[in-house]
Structures are given as C-alpha cells and as structure tokens.
Design a binder for this molecule. Structure first.
Ligand SMILES: [Zn+2]
Length: 141
C-alpha cells in the first residue's frame, strides 16, 4: 500500500478483522495533553497523536472552513499500542510503512509470517480506542 498518513475513518474501515474482538473493551482516557491522547485498553496503552493544523494553513481558511477542517474523523492520526499483537503481528510495521506510527515498539522487521499480506492495520485495543476517540473528541485544531 505505502501511502502517506491515514485518517481515523480510513484506519477503522481497513480494520474490520478486529472489530468484533474490540467490542469487549471499554477504553479509558488516562491522559490528554495538547494533541496527544493516551487510552488504557485492557492491560495496554494506546497512544494517539493528531497533528495540529498549521498556522500557515489556518490563515488561508474562513471560520466555516476551519471548523470543517478540525473534524476528528477526517484527520490524519498516528497510533501505537503496547500489546504483543501490535508489536509482532503487523500493525507496528504497517503503521511505519503507511505513515501512521505514533512510535515504533519493535525493530520493524517485516511481519512476513504473521501478516504476509499486510492486512493488520490495528489491534483490537487500538480499534476500540479510536472508536471511542472519534465518538468523544469530535474536533481538534
Ligand atoms: Zn493492542
């Protein structure tokens, strides 16, 4: 695939493989500072980062356009989870390869055995956290 960045909606729609398993989780927001959010999901931490809209872009937009641009669902998001699936079964590598990695948790060896077709974009924890994030945080500048 190898594209630049991913929106929350794109990541969720590409990750139907973990949708059912994600439903048993109730993510808890434990930290929010500026454009970074940390959720505790089960035993793991999911970190989200949404880059701020730059001043150079902001000053070209009308108030209505700016409001539209701040919608969370269409923003690029950077994600990581501390679980083993994220680290070893594709998401860590795929996040790096498709530019949505919040930080690397592995040595980024290609997951040729566990995710040969590069289909694992999210783990069940990060899926649950992104759903809650999209529901609770509607806008961010
Ligand atoms: Zn996880």
């Amino acid at each position: 695939m190898n594209k630049e960045s991913m929106t929350i909606n794109e990541l969720l729609s590409l990750s139907s493989n973990v949708k059912t398993k994600s439903k048993s989780y109730d993510p808890r927001l434990i930290r929010h500072r500026r454009n970074r959010w940390v959720y505790k999901v089960g035993d793991y931490l999911v970190r989200l980062f949404v880059p701020k809209i730059s001043y150079a872009v902001k000053k070209t937009l009308s108030p209505a356009e700016l409001k539209n641009r701040t919608k969370i669902k269409d923003r690029n998001v950077y994600v990581s989870c501390t679980c083993g699936f994220w680290k070893w079964s594709g998401p860590d590598y795929n996040a790096f390869d498709n530019d949505y990695s919040e930080r690397a948790h592995s040595d980024l060896t290609p997951p040729d055995v566990r995710d040969p077709d590069r289909e694992n974009y999210l783990c069940k924890h990060s899926y649950a956290a992104l759903k809650k994030f999209r529901r609770d945080v509607k806008f961010a500048e």
